[in-house]
Write a protein that binds this ligand. Structure first.
Ligand code: SAM
Ligand code: SF4
Length: 329
């Protein structure tokens, strides 16, 4: 079992996209009320008083769309400044990135994961559900700006959806040929919208690799980060290819993370809520920092027993109906 030293912090559950595998049109989403979001100071207090003393050193800001959170740059700066912070990263859909990239970089953020599901503007818009207004160009400009500013590694994440963007796997992989980018293919998880795709909901990573192998060949590689991806490279390419195979493989044994939701719930596992803690309410009710630390320590001890392997339980309890944007993906 890996030491758990990585915290994913959701800053907001809202988003300016409605990706059909995450927040599909028509999904019932009960957004967190503004007053229930952890404040900037509460996040810093929890990091300094609870998580860092327990050994957490790596942080990722996510959502929903974290760039919608007012003050995101200041929060990056304050987390990057904490002496214990070894790594800070952010996941974004890049729509607002052209505007934020330089400020985020200057504030101490050097690693970005960007969702990009298609290079075709029409397919892209269909996936992100814009209601007719194209968002491709501004998103691509955001990615270009992040590249110009110098984010390294710059990772692009693609959820491969059968019948929608599977035909673009080679085009997306080709982005790594002459750019030092890291394109990662994620197996679709039937959460949030489990009914959407029917029987062939996800394509095993091995199948994607066989398409790429046939075209160019593939060799094993490495890339900096905390990810659960299996990493490869097209021979001679500048960038790498990652495969996140949570459906076809179980990587619970390698899991080094916990998740803090935007309203302050600490979850030990993406799909298993056993033992989760409401840190925000307790903090606001005056529970002391050492007491909260003790509770988190208890959850850390429990974590090896709580895992994704038990995901069938999630189906029974309806856990699968919680979207990634609500959990803090
Ligand atoms: N809005 C940001 C973004 O899209 O990068 C950050 C939050 S988003 C929830 C984080 C990641 O979760 C994205 O890479 C997205 O593709 C992934 N994701 C969301 N729903 C998913 C699902 N059902 N299966 C697999 N990945 C999913
Ligand atoms: Fe928004 Fe990210 Fe979910 Fe897409 S995957 S709807 S961009 S939170």
């Amino acid at each position: 079992m890996n030491p758990v030293d990585y915290l994913r912090i959701s800053l907001i559950d809202r988003c300016n996209f409605r990706c059909l595998y995450c927040m599909p049109e028509g999904a019932k989403l009960d957004y967190i009320l503004q007053q229930n979001l952890l404040t900037h100071q509460e996040i810093i207090t929890l990091l300094e008083g609870v998580f860092i003393p327990l050994g957490f050193q790596k942080f990722r800001l996510t959502g929903g769309e974290p760039l919608l959170r007012p003050g995101v740059v200041d929060l990056v700066r304050d987390i990057a400044r904490l002496p214990a912070t070894q790594d800070i990263a952010l996941s974004t859909n890049a729509f607002l990135l052209a505007q934020y990239a330089q400020d985020l970089y200057n504030a101490g953020l050097h690693r970005l994961n960007i969702s990009l599901d298609s290079l075709n503007p029409d397919t892209f818009d269909k996936i992100i559900g814009t209601g007719g207004k194209s968002r491709w160009k501004q998103t691509w400009e955001g990615i270009q700006e992040a590249h110009r500013v110098g984010f390294d590694p710059l990772k692009l994440n693609t959820v491969v959806i059968p019948g929608v963007n599977e035909g673009e796997v080679l085009d997306l992989a080709a982005l790594t040929l002459d750019r030092n980018w890291h394109v990662r293919f994620i197996e679709f998880m039937p959460i949030g919208n489990p009914e959407l795709f029917g029987d062939r909901a996800w394509i095993p990573s091995e199948e994607l690799r066989s398409w790429i192998r046939q075209q160019w060949g593939l060799e094993e590689a490495t890339v900096r980060g905390n990810g659960p991806a299996d990493v490869f490279r097209i021979p001679g390419a500048k960038g790498t290819l990652g495969f996140i195979s949570q459906m076809s493989e179980c990587f619970c044994d390698r899991c080094n993370r916990m998740r803090l939701s935007a309203d302050g719930w600490l979850r030990p596992c993406l799909l298993n809520e056993t033992g989760q803690l409401d840190l925000k309410t307790q903090l606001r009710e005056g529970v002391s920092i050492p007491q909260l630390r003790q509770q988190v320590q208890g959850l850390l001890e429990l974590k090896p027993e709580i895992n994704f392997k038990q995901r069938e339980t999630g189906t029974e309890t309806g856990l699968y109906h919680r979207t990634m944007s609500q959990i803090g993906g």
